[in-house]
Structures are given as structure tokens and as C-alpha cells.
Ligand binder design. Structure first.
Ligand code: ADP
Length: 588
């Protein structure tokens, strides 16, 4: 139990007085509600006995009015306390989970689907809120109401009448219990059907060009109709249970009422109870319907809350894989050698094959380095390790002469301007994307970075310039444009080391040359690592490493590598030929 509530304990304890106050108010409201039938019963009795004066009528009216105001205030009070605490819990828990997930490693995200994590952040946390809010209310409310009403009916009215009249009511609880289970199953099917529907709509519209060019509209429509029909059927299944449920509950209550009227009527005729008591009794029967239903609902709600809480606990109990070492060194000492890699081997977690084998590199401050190799040769993996996205052994990679394992992860990443292969840009304005590393960066600096990456004039040509929205609600940039914005975003940081991971693959060779020459100027006293599979991108680098199957098989500058006449030479020949063919085709 202690473990189950580990992550919600603090918020609950912090708000315990509010929560307890809410529960007390709830009980007061229930109590007041239960007095009402008794008051109406007493009123009926005085009325039938002919003893009631006009003043008496006013008195009863006043009682009922006071009770009604008390119930209204009490209801407001318990809602404001219990529901507020539950919402606060949801808010705090969501922050906690998000903060925790931000600390998780790349490896964690490789093994967890984004959709699942989103479901945890939304559904599960809402379920927990509902268990602590509505769930608590329902269980206290229903148990208190049922027990006290029963006691009042037995002791204030008649024992035998209570037992006989209430016999059918447990059917409601049992029915609701089963119905909720079935409803949950059908509701899940409805949700799945809806997801499928959204998916096909989204995919059809984003792929509309392909659909049209292959003249597949009719087939797509047929597919859509089928999925739409399924959505309709699943919704109808749910509607059927609901349509059946409410009349059934009313029917059972009515049966109880009828029994009360028959047997209660006999008791009144025999003079065992008064008419007023019978009226009060009927009021009580009506009041029991809701708690009987709630008892059925609450079981599932608490169960669901528990399952969700367990799932959230799994996330919060998973320790981040990559954390700062306890012996942090200072990163800032300048060093001639910016980066040194010594006999580095690496395999991804949960795999057996070495992806990097005995890598050795020495990169001086101010050098422009390139790494070239076929797809899958390990280039991106090497960068992932420099950025500490995966754990490595100590004494393998040194930054400014310090073992990176002992440097603050945040500090290293701040010093590196990384332009990833996938060029992810946020659905915000271009300016906001460029200011991502620091919101206070002066605008001039952004423009300067955009000029170096040769994207400035294109941004200016948009109607809203730097305020242009990107993504679905705005401009969809071309691959090459995205790459250049991504480079500018990294430059804005003024990093010590800039890393371009195949970041120029989507721009033509001419633009590439311009960007690279700008970069060379900009990066004169900075260090850069450019990764590419295209020799034209890297031929002017100070030093080039050729990676193949996780190993460095050649190194040197462009001319030295050509003289080697090995893989680099072969790649060069192949790419020259390709360029010739492409050039010929385009008529150049
Ligand atoms: P490159 O950047 O040169 O194309 P990568 O570094 O992406 O190559 O990949 C090197 C090897 O590592 C490939 O065989 C790839 O399948 C493997 N690899 C990449 N990422 C992972 C991962 N997260 N888990 C397991 N293996 C991976």
C-alpha cells in the first residue's frame, strides 16, 4: 500500500485538511437529505390528523427551505474541496511524470512508443484523479446513504416493510457491476474504431497526392466506408446497453415502490404505521436508487484508478539511465585537444553486436573534421555517444582533456551545436525555432546565423518573414530548407563544437558549397565535425575518417586518402561518375 501511494502521498498529505473537510461536508449533505422524507412524513401525519394550522405549514416549509439551503451550500463545499484536491493531484502528477520522462534516455524512447506514453500522461492520470475525486465521493456517499437510510427505515418506520420492499434493490448493484464491465469493453471498442477512423482520414488526406496519381479514390472510399461502418456498429453496441440500463434501473425501483405501496398500504390499514410514515418510506426508497447504482460503479472506478496508479508508478520508479556522475569536473579549461577518443567499443543496450570497434580519434580545437562511411557504418552512433545519449565506459572519450563521463551532461550538450539527421522543427514560428536554445538571444544574431546557413533570403521572402509559422498550421518547408533552419538553430548557440550529421543531404551541391564556405569562415576558430556520405561535402576538411562496419579503416586528408586507393578512392570514383550522369541528364 505504502508503495502504491508513494508518488501521490505528498499531494494528498499536503491537502489532507481540505480533503477531510470535503468528506465531512459530504456526510452532512447526505444527513440533511435523509431528514427530508422524515419531515415530509411528519407533515403528512399532521395534515391527515387535522391538527395542522397555517402556521404549522409555514414551519414545515421553513424546515424544508433550511434543509435545501444547507444541502446546496454543503454540495458546493464538498465539490470545491474534494474535486479541487483531485484536480490538484492530477496537475502535480502530470508535471511529475513529464519532468521524469524528460530525463529518460534515448534508449528508453527506443523501447517505449510515444502513443503509450501519451496515454499514460492523459488517460491514466485522469483515471487516478477520478478515483481520488469521484471514486471517494461515491464510496462514502453510497455506503453512508445506504446504511443510514436502512437504519432509519428499520427503526423509524418498520423492519418487515424495509426488508420486503428493498429485496429487489441489490439487483441494481449487481446489474451495474456487470454492465460497467461490458460497457468498458464496448467503450474500448468504440475508441479503437474511432482511432482507426482518424488514422485513415489523416493518412488519406496527407497522402492525397499519391492516391490521386494512382487513381485510387474509389478504393480509398470503399476502405473508408468499411471503417466508418465499423465505427457506427461499435457505437450502436454501446448505445444499446445504455438504452437498456436506465429503464431497467427505473423498473427495479418502481417494483420496490409497488411492493412498498401494497405492503405499506396494508400496514397503514391495519394501523401498524401512519400514512406519514408510508410517505417517508416511499421517499427513502427513491433515495436509495442512486447509492445502489454508485456502489456498482465505484468498484470499477477504484479498480481502474489502481491499475493506472500502478502504471504511473512503473514510469516514476524507472531510474533515468544517464545521469551526472557524482564527481563532476569543470568543463571550461581550454585545451589544445578538444576531443579525444581512445579505444572505444560500443554496442547498443540489449544487443550483442559491436557497432563501434576500437575507435581512436584526436580532434584539435579549431579543426574541421569529417567522418564518411556507408549507411549503417556507425557514424550517428558515434555522435550519440559524444552527446551522452547512451552510457559509455569511463576513460574512452575526453572533452577538453576531461573524461566526458565526469562532465555535466547539460554542460557538454550546451557546448555542442548538433544538427541531427531528422531536422525536427517545432510547429512554432521560424524565429521561435531559431531561439530554441535561448529565448533572450538578440534578433541580429538569429539573422546572422540564418545568413551563414543561406536560409535568410528565403525566410525574408515569406510574407511574415521570421514570424512565419512552421508545420501543419503554417508553411511546410522543403527538406533542404528545414536542414538549413536546423543548421542556423545550432549556430545561434555559438557552440564550441558544431556537428552536422548528414545535414546537407537535401540541398543541391551548389548551395552546399556556399553554406560550407560560409561555415568555414564562421567556424575558423571553432571545431566542427561533418558527417556525410557525399565526398563533395567533406573534401576540404582538415582531416577525414573513413568508417566502415564500425571501424575506422582509413584516415587522412582528401589527397592522402585518394592516394591510398582504398574505400575512399572507390567512393570518390563512384560519386564522380554519378555526378557526370546526373549532369548529363539535366543537360548541363
Ligand atoms: P550511420 O549513421 O553510419 O548510418 P548508425 O550509427 O545509424 O549508422 O548505425 C550503426 C549500426 O547500429 C546499424 O547497424 C544500426 O542498425 C545499429 N543501430 C542504430 N541504432 C540502434 C539502436 N537504437 N539499437 C540497436 N541498434 C542500432
Amino acid at each position: 500500500m505504502e508503495k502504491l501511494f508513494k508518488h501521490v502521498k505528498d499531494v494528498i498529505l499536503e491537502n489532507k485538511f481540505k480533503y477531510i473537510l470535503g468528506i465531512l461536508l459530504l456526510i452532512v449533505v447526505d444527513g440533511l437529505q435523509m431528514i427530508t422524507p422524515l419531515v415530509i412524513g411528519a407533515f403528512t401525519d399532521s395534515l391527515t390528523s387535522g391538527m395542522l394550522t397555517t402556521q404549522g405549514i409555514y414551519k414545515y416549509m421553513l424546515y424544508i427551505l433550511v434543509i435545501a439551503i444547507g444541502v446546496a451550500l454543503g454540495r458546493f463545499g464538498w465539490r470545491m474541496s474534494i474535486i479541487t484536491v483531485a484536480k490538484k493531484l492530477e496537475y502535480e502528477l502530470r508535471n511529475k511524470v513529464f519532468k521524469h520522462l524528460e530525463k529518460m534516455s534515448r534508449n528508453y524512447y527506443n523501447h517505449h512508443r510515444t502513443g503509450d506514453l501519451m496515454a499514460h500522461c492523459t488517460n491514466d492520470i485522469s483515471q487516478i484523479r477520478m478515483a481520488f475525486g469521484g471514486g471517494t465521493v461515491m464510496i462514502i456517499d453510497s455506503l453512508f446513504m445506504i446504511i443510514v437510510t436502512l437504519l432509519l427505515m428499520i427503526f423509524k418506520i418498520n423492519f418487515k416493510l424495509t426488508i420486503i420492499a428493498l429485496l429487489p434493490l441489490p439487483i441494481i448493484t449487481i446489474f451495474v457491476l456487470f454492465m460497467t464491465k461490458l460497457m468498458r469493453k464496448r467503450f474500448k471498442e468504440v475508441q479503437e474504431a474511432f482511432s482507426a477512423l482518424s488514422e485513415i482520414v489523416q493518412e488519406s488526406f496527407s497522402g492525397i497526392r499519391v492516391i490521386k496519381s494512382f487513381v485510387q479514390e474509389k478504393l480509398e472510399l470503399e476502405k473508408f466506408n468499411k471503417i466508418n461502418q465499423n465505427d457506427f456498429d461499435k457505437n450502436m453496441n454501446l448505445v444499446k446497453i445504455k438504452a437498456f440500463a436506465f429503464p431497467l434501473v427505473t423498473l427495479v425501483t418502481m417494483i420496490s415502490m409497488v411492493i412498498s405501496l401494497i405492503y405499506g398500504g396494508i400496514l397503514v390499514i391495519d394501523g401498524v404505521i401512519t400514512i406519514g410514515k408510508l410517505v417517508a418510506f416511499l421517499g427513502f426508497v427513491g433515495m436509495l436508487t442512486w447509492p445502489m447504482m454508485a456502489l456498482g460503479f465505484v468498484f470499477h472506478r477504484l479498480q481502474q484508478g489502481r491499475v493506472s496508479l500502478e502504471r504511473i508508478n512503473v514510469i516514476l520508479n524507472t531510474k533515468p539511465e544517464i545521469i551526472d556522475s557524482s564527481l563532476l569536473s569543470d568543463i571550461d579549461d581550454a585545451n589544445d585537444i578538444l576531443l579525444e577518443i581512445k579505444n572505444l567499443n560500443f554496442k547498443y543496450p540489449n544487443t550483442n553486436e559491436l557497432v563501434l570497434k576500437n575507435i581512436n580519434m584526436k580532434i584539435k580545437t579549431g579543426e574541421n573534421i569529417a567522418i564518411i562511411g556507408k549507411t549503417g557504418s556507425g557514424k550517428t552512433t558515434l555522435l550519440n555517444l559524444l552527446l551522452r545519449f547512451y552510457n559509455i565506459d569511463s576513460e574512452k572519450i575526453y572533452f577538453n582533456g576531461k573524461d566526458i563521463v565526469n562532465l555535466s551532461i547539460g554542460n557538454i550538450r550546451e557546448k555542442i551545436g548538433y544538427v541531427p539527421q531528422d531536422n525536427f522543427l517545432f510547429s512554432k514560428t521560424i524565429e521561435q525555432n531559431l531561439m530554441f536554445s535561448d529565448e533572450k538571444i538578440p534578433f541580429d544574431k538569429i539573422v546572422e546565423a540564418a545568413k551563414i546557413s543561406k536560409i535568410n533570403s528565403e525566410i525574408d521572402s515569406f510574407e511574415l518573414g521570421y514570424k512565419t509559422m512552421l508545420g501543419e498550421k503554417g508553411v511546410n518547408m522543403s527538406g533542404g530548407q528545414k536542414q538549413r533552419v536546423s543548421i542556423a538553430r545550432a549556430l545561434v548557440k555559438s557552440p564550441d563544437l558544431i556537428i552536422l550529421d548528414d545535414s546537407l543531404s537535401a540541398v543541391d551541391t551548389k548551395t552546399e558549397e556556399v553554406i560550407l564556405s560560409h561555415l568555414e569562415n564562421e567556424l575558423k576558430d571553432k571545431t566542427s565535425i561533418v558527417i556525410s556520405h557525399r565526398i563533395s561535402t567533406i573534401k576540404n576538411s582538415d582531416y577525414i575518417y573513413v568508417l566502415d562496419n564500425g571501424k575506422i579503416i582509413e584516415e587522412g586528408n582528401h589527397n592522402e586518402l585518394l592516394e591510398n586507393r582504398k574505400l575512399y578512392f572507390d567512393l570518390y570514383q563512384k560519386q564522380l561518375l554519378e555526378e557526370k550522369i546526373m549532369g548529363g541528364q539535366s543537360g548541363k
